[in-house]
Design a protein around this ligand. Structure first.
Ligand code: F6P
Length: 355
C-alpha cells in the first residue's frame, strides 16, 4: 500500500517561546525516523504564504534544543486570516508536496491550523507560548522556562531591594492570563500578586507591609500580571510609597522573559508533544492540538479547545456551543471549573504565606 505521508511541514507562529526548538527537533527526528521528509516553514504562516521553506535533516536540528527562540522564526500573520492568504498557503503546500503540517504556537496558531485542516491540509497543533493560556492543556511549551527566568530576575531584585529597604513591583508577561504571575509570586515570596482572575485586596496588602516593616523586614516583592494593564504596575508602585512609607521601584522585564535557555521540563515536554504530533499525523489524525492532562499527552479537537478557551475567558458568542454534544459541553464546564479552582487555591496560599 502506498504511504499517505511522504513529507510534512513544521512551523512556529505567534510569540516565540523557549522550547519551540525542542518541538522542531522532535518533529524532525521522529518523522525522519518514520521515513517521512520534513520541510521547515520559515516565519510562521507568512512563510507558508510567501513560500519560504527549508528542508530539514537531523543535523540541521542536532544542536538547537539548548537555544531559546525558534530556528524557524515566527510571525503574527494577518494575511493568513483571509481566504486569499489561505489559498496561497495551500498552493505552497501543493508545490512542495507537503502532506500535512505541525503548527507550534498559541490559540491564533491553532485557529490557522483548523482553517487549513478544513481546506484539506491535515494539521496538528502543539502548544508553544509562555502564557500557559491554552485552557485545554495543563501546561504549554515555554511556560516553565519563562517562570524560571522570572524567578532569577526576582531573586536578583530581592537582593537589591534588601540592601536599600525597598519594595519591588515586577510586571510579568502572560497576556491576559495570571499563570506566570501566580506561580512566580509564590516562588518569590511575594507579599502581593495581582492578576485578572482574582480580586485584589490592596488595603490588606498595604497593612501587611506596614506590619512586616515594623517587625524589621526590609524588602518586599509584588508581582503584577501584564493583563492588569500598562499603567497598573507603576500606579501601584507610587501608591505603595504613599500608603506604606516604603520606597518602591517598578520593574518590567517584558520580552526578556520570553528568551533564554529552555529548562529540562520544557525540553522534555516539547519532545513528547512533537513526537506524539508526528505519530498522530501519520496515523491520519488532523485538526487536533496536543495537550497535557494530568501528565498524559493527549490529542484534543482544536475546535473544542478553542471554544473551551472562550468559555473560560467568558468570551462565548451566540452559537459557539451549537456544534457540541451536551457531554462535550459538560466536559468544557468541568475544565473551566478546574482552572478556576487552581487560581482560587494558589491565590489563597500566596495571600496567606507571602510576606
Ligand atoms: O503571547 C506571548 C506574549 O509574550 C505575551 O505574554 C505578551 O502579551 C505578548 O506576547 C507580547 O507580544 P509582542 O511580542 O508582539 O510584543
Amino acid at each position: 500500500m502506498e504511504k499517505k505521508f511522504k513529507r510534512i511541514g513544521v512551523l512556529t507562529s505567534g510569540g516565540d517561546a523557549p522550547g519551540m526548538n525542542s518541538v522542531i527537533k522532535s518533529v524532525t527526528c521522529a518523522a525522519l525516523d518514520m521515513g517521512v521528509e520534513v520541510i521547515g516553514i520559515l516565519g510562521g504562516y507568512s512563510g507558508l504564504i510567501n513560500d519560504r521553506t527549508k528542508k530539514l535533516s537531523e543535523s540541521d536540528v542536532s544542536d538547537i534544543i539548548s537555544k531559546g527562540g525558534t530556528m524557524l522564526y515566527s510571525d503574527r500573520c494577518d494575511e493568513f486570516k483571509t481566504e486569499e492568504g489561505m489559498q496561497k498557503a495551500i498552493a505552497t503546500c501543493k508545490k512542495h508536496n507537503i502532506d500535512g503540517i505541525i503548527a507550534i504556537g498559541g490559540d491564533g496558531t491553532f485557529r490557522g491550523a483548523t482553517d487549513l485542516s478544513i481546506r484539506g491540509v491535515p494539521c496538528i497543533g502543539v502548544s508553544g507560548t509562555i502564557d500557559n493560556d491554552i485552557t485545554a492543556t495543563d501546561i504549554t511549551v515555554g511556560f516553565d522556562t519563562a517562570m524560571n527566568t522570572v524567578l532569577k530576575l526576582g531573586d536578583a531584585l530581592r537582593d537589591t531591594s534588601e540592601s536599600h529597604a525597598r519594595c519591588c513591583v515586577i510586571e510579568v508577561m502572560g497576556r491576559n492570563a495570571g499563570y506566570i504571575a501566580i506561580e512566580t509570586g509564590m516562588a518569590l515570596n511575594a507579599i502581593g500578586v495581582v492578576i485578572q482572575e482574582m480580586p485584589f485586596d490592596k488595603e490588606a496588602m498595604f497593612a501587611k507591609m506596614i506590619r512586616m516593616k515594623e517587625q524589621g523586614q526590609r524588602s518586599f516583592i509584588v508581582i503584577v500580571a501584564e493583563g492588569m494593564g500598562s499603567e497598573f504596575g507603576e500606579a501601584l508602585t507610587k501608591e505603595i510609597e504613599e500608603k506604606t512609607g516604603i520606597e518602591a521601584r517598578f520593574n518590567r522585564p517584558a520580552h526578556i522573559v520570553r528568551g533564554g535557555i529552555p529548562t529540562l521540563a520544557d525540553r522534555c515536554f516539547a519532545a513528547r508533544c512533537g513526537y506524539k504530533a508526528v505519530q498522530l499525523l501519520l496515523e491520519g489524525q488532523s485538526d487536533v492540538v496536543i495537550c497535557s492532562r494530568h501528565d498524559k499527552i493527549i490529542p484534543v479537537d482544536i475546535k473544542w479547545a478553542l471554544i473551551v478557551d472562550r468559555m473560560y475567558k467568558n468570551k462565548l458568542k451566540d452559537g459557539d456551543l451549537d456544534a457540541f454534544t451536551p457531554e462535550e459541553i459538560e466536559k468544557m464546564k468541568a475544565l473551566c471549573k478546574e482552572r478556576h479552582e487552581y487560581f482560587v487555591e494558589m491565590y489563597e496560599i500566596v495571600n496567606a504565606i507571602g510576606c
